[in-house]
Write a protein that binds this ligand. Structure first.
Ligand SMILES: CC(=O)SCCNC(=O)CCNC(=O)[C@H](O)C(C)(C)COP(=O)(O)OP(=O)(O)OC[C@H]1O[C@@H](n2cnc3c(N)ncnc32)[C@H](O)[C@@H]1OP(=O)(O)O
Ligand SMILES: N[C@@H](CCO)C(=O)O
Length: 276
């Protein structure tokens, strides 16, 4: 369906057609350094959903980017102060390459916690991905992440642990993972593990109390994203192994896109139920 961008670097390239019916209003908090690529991935994913979507992109005001000129960020992105009095059907918070830092070392950590408090009165449902999922679980439940000896890197096909509105239609669920940290066993009655994998751990978690879903991976990743990250890390001399369950006939193969579309489609439909 249609994706209308209210801002973001991509807005200048995407025709903003008029909607046929009321769109789902999403706030996408882009923590990734490769902001344009990340925008493109989410817009591509949202364009496959069965609902019209209106997207507002947000950045962290307290983070000063090394790789993106501040003037461009100010021109194309909103900060929390700009949208503080607005309301959204959903909020998506992207991953960030900072999982090996302690939360207090992340320069926007206090602003991140402010955002989480703000969401309770301004957002119906939220999705947190990768680092943001671990950070959200830590802020919401006090459950900390732990560093793993080798980067969890590849496509993991998870079992469904709980059938809910979000996991409807899934027998298993594939999701790209790219992280140096993980969550251990979850034992909080307010936090449900909906899908998991023996190696990746909890992959889809949800809480009715926080109106939030926490995804340990990156459903939005394009076919070549993991391969690009592999080549980047190898060129930087970082310890990295080829992504698991990712190549077919020596080519990157996208086995997760349909699952990602179904997962996010289930989520946006749940926003409408909450809206009425
Ligand atoms: C097994 C163990 O005990 S861990 C041992 C090895 N691991 C570590 O030492 C962890 C600490 N280091 C790291 O994680 C990484 O070096 C980082 C993330 C700190 C820096 O990453 P680098 O690849 O050097 O690149 P760089 O410094 O340009 O940061 C890349 C992006 O990471 C994010 N980032 C980096 N540092 C921070 C920070 N302190 N706060 C918030 N975001 C940050 C930003 O998005 C940044 O890009 P941007 O400024 O354009 O938005
Ligand atoms: N893990 C990603 C960052 C966001 O998870 C990377 O290696 O760039």
């Amino acid at each position: 369906m249609t994706v209308q961008l209210k801002n973001g670097f991509l807005k200048q390239h995407v025709d903003n057609t008029v909607f046929t019916n009321q769109p789902v209003k999403l706030l996408v908090v882009n923590l990734m350094p490769n902001k344009l690529e990340t925008e493109r991935q989410f817009v591509h994913l949202f364009s496959h959903l069965s609902m019209d979507v209106e997207v507002t992109f947000l950045r962290m005001a307290t983070h000063h980017s090394k790789h993106t000129p501040e003037a461009k960020l100010q021109q194309f992105y909103a900060v929390l102060a700009d949208i503080y009095d607005r309301h959204f059907d959903g909020m998506v918070v992207t991953g960030a390459p900072v999982e090996e830092l302690q939360y207090k070392q992340v320069d926007y950590w206090n602003e991140f916690k402010t955002l989480l408090n703000w969401r309770h009165d301004h957002v119906r449902e939220s999705i947190f991905e990768c680092w943001a999922a671990q950070a959200g679980i830590y802020a919401d439940f006090g459950i900390n992440k732990r560093i793993i000896s080798q980067k969890l890197f590849g496509v993991y096909r998870c079992r469904i642990d709980q059938q809910t509105e979000l996991t409807a239609g899934f027998d298993q669920l594939s999701m790209p993972q790219s992280r140096h940290t993980t969550l251990g066993h979850i034992n909080d009655p307010q936090l449900d593990v909906l899908a998991s994998d023996p190696e990746a751990g909890p992959v889809v978690l949800a809480s009715k109390q926080t109106h939030s879903t926490y995804l340990s991976g990156h459903p939005e990743y394009e076919t070549n994203t993991l391969f690009n990250e592999f080549n980047r890390d190898r060129e930087k001399g970082l310890p990295i192994q080829l992504p698991k369950n990712y190549f077919s006939a020596s080519k990157p193969t996208n086995t997760w896109q349909n699952d990602s579309i179904r997962l996010y489609d289930n989520w946006v439909h749940s926003l409408l139920r909450v809206r009425v």
